[in-house]
Design a protein around this ligand. Sequence first.
Ligand code: ISE
Length: 334
Amino acid sequence: MTVRVGVLGVGNIGQDHIRRLSRVLCGASVVALSDIDSARASTVAGGVTGARVFDTGQELIRADDVEAVLVASWGPTHADFVLAAIEMGKSVFCEKPLAPTIAACLHIVDAEVAYGRRLVQVGFMRRYDDGYRAMKTAITSGALGTPLLIHCAHRNASVPPNVTSDMLITDSAIHEIDLVRWLLDEEIVAARVLKPRRSGRVGELQDPQLVILETVTGVVVDVEVFVNCGYGYDIRCEIVGESASVSLDDPSGVILRRDGQRAGRVPGDWRERFARAYDAELQAWLDSVAASTVTGPSAWDGYAATAVADACLTALESGERAAVQLAARPALYG
Ligand code: ISE
């Protein structure tokens, strides 16, 4: 079966997903596009056989030939598009964040619960990374014993000058927030954010930050977020259990030994580092749409990640420990 997909937002990540849907994965055809920048939408559509351009996202979502919707537009536009897709009973893949505010995320959760079946998958692609999946197996198989601590680092080579201190949490650490919930299968209950000495290369930005999370069973997680580390995209994670530890391997794959040196490549950015995870994530979405059952990260996961990020922002501002306030989880989300 071929799923006819409409794509909202054709910036970098939108174009990357279109390439994937059209040329890498099985079972999709991109039939519609829309973007706030209509000239960009037309240019991109020129390279996608059979894709129509719509003036607005809402029109695209209502179009009869669009079976499923992929939202890759600017974060604050996500909620309206996802809600419109739910209203039409169409499956929707939404890039993170599901929505920037807790209220908007809860609105989506309520709408999906009222619809009565899951339609939403959120783009937390790291859950599809082979390394993180092997780490989860190490937990669920009992090989680690009870998890006690998780150490993470999230380093970007650089970020554009418009990135704010809050975005180290809402744009970057949100991935670790989601991963910790998924790896441990438990909620995060509190956050603190330490502000180390600031890098002298980045003006007023509070970079790096050290985010400390506590889960409901008492696992403590530290996440170093450093978005102008200068040398590449470096993602690390180690889980320490009662009887063993497990950590992500070096992603370079090959090591070059030359002139008395031993070197491997550090990925340039997340598109390179998580290329296979993005492929697997979207293939899983297409397969689930074809089977009328969405299985990936849910609207509830999107809501919970935003709620934890919100507590981190409170902690960043206050310097104190901030509790995470979560609503009761609807039965739809298990
Ligand atoms: C970026 O927006 C992403 O979503 C990447 O996955 C993340 O690792 C990076 O830090 C963000 O800036």
